[in-house]
Design a protein. Sequence first.
Lengths: 334, 279
Amino acid sequence: MNRTIPTATSLLVLALAVGLSACGGSGNSSGGGSTKLSLVAYSTPKEAYDAIIPAFEKTPAGKGVTFTQSYGASGDQAKSVLAGLPTDVVALSLEPDVTKLVKASLVAPTWQDATSTKGIVTHSVVVIAVRKGNPKHIKTWADLVKPGIQVLTPNPFTSGGARWNIMAAYGAQIEDGKTEAQANAYLQDLFKHVVVQDKAARDSLQSFASGKGDALISYENEAIAAQQAGQKIDYVIPDETIRIDNPIAATTAANAKAKAFVQYAVSTPAQKIFAAKGYRSVIPSLVDKTRFPDPPKEFDISKFGGWDAVMKKFFDPTSSVMQRVEKSLGVSTG
Amino acid sequence: MASVPAEPLAAPRSLFGGRGRAGPAVGGALATAYLSLIVLIPLAAVVAESTHGGASGFWSAVTGAQAFAAMRFTVLVSLIVVAINVVTGTLIGWVLVRDEFPGKRFINALIDLPFALPTIVAGLVLLALYGPNGPAPFDIGFTRAAVALALLFVTLPFVVRSVQPVLMELDREMEEAASSLGARPRTIFARIVLPNLVPAIAAGAGLAFARALGEFGSVVLISGNIPFKTEVASVFLYGQIESDNQAGAAAVSVVLLVLSFVLLLFVSWISTRGQRRAG
C-alpha cells in the first residue's frame, strides 16, 4: 500500500505539469496569417451571430479570420471581460455594461464613434407578450394592473435587460401625461401584479411557457424568437414604449480585423440577418413597417437623461425607485 | 467494536514516507497548501470583500428588509427540508441495506443522480411536472413549496449515503441478542440501531443543510424570485452582484457561511460524541 501511493502522487504531479504546459501552449495560436477573434456577447443574438460570422468570413475583410464565441447574461459577460477574459468584440444588451469596460480602459471612451449608428448594432422595442389569441384582452400598460391579471417580468436587479422593461412601463406613464410620482405609483402597482421575477429574460419566457401568468413584458425580438421556436404566444406593441438599443464595440486590445467585424455587423448583409431573427435594423430602410410597425409614442433612454442617470435613480441596489418598489412588496404582505 | 467505519482498519501513520521524520510534516504542509488554495483563500476573499462597506455597510446589507427576508426564508426552508431528509433518508438507507427486492441495485444507483443532474435542469423538470402546465393534479410552481421540493431533490443523497455504510457495518448480533431477550422491533430500533446511526444522520443532515443554504440553480427558476415571498438568499445575492453591490452580496454570504459553519461544527460535535458512545 505504501508503495503505490508515491506512484499515484507522482502521476498527479505529472498530470498537473502536462496540463499546465498544455495551457501555456494553446494561448497564442494565431500563426500562419490567420486571425482568431474572440466575441463576447449576451445570449439572445447567438442565432444571429451563428449566421453572421460565416458570412463575414466569406468577405475580403474576414478572410482568414476565425472566431471563438462566448454567450451569457450581459452583466455576467461584462464581468468576465473585466476579470480578464480575452476579448476582441463585445456585443451586450445595454450600454451600462459597455460603460463598465470603458471605465476599466478595456473599451475606448470613443467607442460610439466607431460606427455610423453610434455603436448600436440592433434595435428592438419593449412589448407585452400574451397567450395565443389574447384571451385577457391586454392591449395597454393600464391593462396590466387590472384586477386578477398576472404579469411576468425579470427582476431588474438580476437582469440588466429587464431594466428596459421598467423604463418602458415608467416612460409610458410620463408619455401619457402622468407625473413622476404617478409613474412611480404605477410601477408599485405593476409589481403587485408580477407573480414571477425571473433572473433573466430567457427564464421569464421559460416560466411563461410553463403556463404561469397572463402577460409577459418582453422584447419584440424575444417574442418573435419564441414564436419562431413554436411557442403559442402573441404579442402587443403598446402605443407608448421604449426603443431598445443594443451596443457593440471592439476592445482597446483588438486589431483591425475586430474593427472590421464591428463594421460588418452594422452593414446591410448582417442587418438583414438580424432582421430575420426579429430585431429592428439600425438601417432605417431595412425595417419592414408591416412586420415592425412604429409605436405612435416611441421614446428612448435619452428621455430620462441617459443610462448613467437612469441607473442611479432607478436601479441602485441600496436606494432607488425600484429598490423602494421591491421593498414595498414586503410591507404589503407582512 | 468496529461499528463505525470511520477509521480504516490499518491506517498508515503517514502517507508520505512513514519511515522518515519529515513525512508527517510534508503531508501536513501539502494538505494545508491545498486547502488554502481551494477553500481558505477564496473564503477569506469573500470575508474581505464584505468589509468594503465598513461595519455600518455590512450591518445595513445584512439587516436590509429584503436581505433579511430572503435569509430567513432560506434558513427556514432548509431546516424543513433537512428534517424531511432525516426521516426519508434514513428510511431509504434502511430499505436499501436491509431489504431485498427486485431492482434494488438500480434504485441504489438512482440515489446519486440528483448530484449528477445539472441543478438548473432539475428546476426545469420539476417546473414542467409540477408547474401550471404539468401533468400532476396540483400546481406548486413559483411557491415556497416548490422551493422545498427543489431542495429535497438536490439534497436527497446526503443522508442516505451517510447512513448506508453505517447500517451495513452494524453488528446484527446486537439486534439478535436484544430480540432473544424479548425486545420488540420498535425498542430494538430506538435503543440499538438509532443510537448507532445518529452520527451518520447528523453528518448527512449537516451537509444537506449547508447545501440547501447555498443552492441556486435548481431554485432560481421554480421559485419565481418574488422578494419577501419566494426569493432565496442565493438569488438575492445574485441580484446584488448583478447590480454591482459586491460588498453587500459578500456580507450576506458571510452570514450564510457562518451559519453553515456553526451548524457543521455542531454536527461534528454530535458525531464524535456519538462515536465515543458507540465505540
